[in-house]
Design a binder for this molecule. Structure first.
Ligand SMILES: *[C@@H]1O[C@H](CO)[C@@H](O)[C@H](O)[C@H]1NC(C)=O
Ligand SMILES: *[C@@H]1O[C@H](CO)[C@@H](O)[C@H](O)[C@H]1NC(C)=O
Length: 186
């Protein structure tokens, strides 16, 4: 090997090393992270299954107004959830995490939920990491934007937003499948 080609190889290794230091990349089927310097940007895509019906509901009513009260928007009703998050809209597809928390009907004129949820991921490198979603969810709109206010693990100090898009809804039972696209900066 000539001195010149050795020098070129050395330079190539140094450049590759420097690039690696400034940028890294993590990927799962449902999540992609880019890191440049100290800042990471992660995008997540998953499906949220909110099941109120059947023998094993994942969302249960835990509170409602004390007075007999008629509200077409379910104002005052609170639900606790432990909803599975999967890679496709098929409930039997791969489980990547769970949405644990509650939502309450906070609108008198429209069906608007206040969501307060911890999304805990259990798949791949993101196993054990969580994000906190807190905000208004006007579920009758086909597409909603919710704030992501915090995170832990690989998502420590995260902030960002979640775009929620209802894919399927059963008006009789209230069961729903919602696609989530989440963008995080951390
Ligand atoms: C996630 O981590 C927990 C605790 O460390 C472990 O028990 C579990 O098997 C892991 N799950 C996957 C899918 O890797
Ligand atoms: C979510 O992301 C997918 C894939 O990038 C895209 O096709 C879809 O339009 C996005 N959904 C919304 C509601 O933005």
């Amino acid at each position: 090997m000539s001195k010149l080609s050795m020098l070129l190889m050395l330079i190539a290794c140094l450049v590759a090393g420097m690039l690696k230091m400034t940028q890294s990349y993590k990927e799962e089927q449902w999540a992609v992270s880019f890191k440049r310097g100290k800042q990471s940007k992660t995008t997540l895509k998953f499906f949220f299954h909110d099941t109120l019906s059947g023998k094993n509901p994942t969302a249960i009513r835990v509170a409602q107004p004390l007075q007999p009260y008629q509200s077409s928007t379910f104002f005052g009703v609170m639900m606790m959830t432990d909803d599975p998050l999967t890679v496709t809209s098929d409930p039997k597809s791969k489980l990547v995490g769970r949405a644990q928390g509650f939502y309450g009907s906070a609108g008198q004129e429209e069906i608007a939920l206040l969501m307060a949820m911890s999304l805990s991921f259990t798949d791949g490198v993101y196993n054990g990491s969580t994000i906190s979603v807190l905000g208004k969810n006007p579920i009758m709109n086909p597409v909603r934007e919710l704030p992501v206010v915090a995170g832990t693990g690989l998502f420590r100090m995260a902030r960002g937003y979640a775009i929620a898009n209802t894919r399927w809804y059963d008006a009789t039972t209230g069961d729903a499948i919602v696609a989530y696209n989440v963008t995080l900066f951390h």
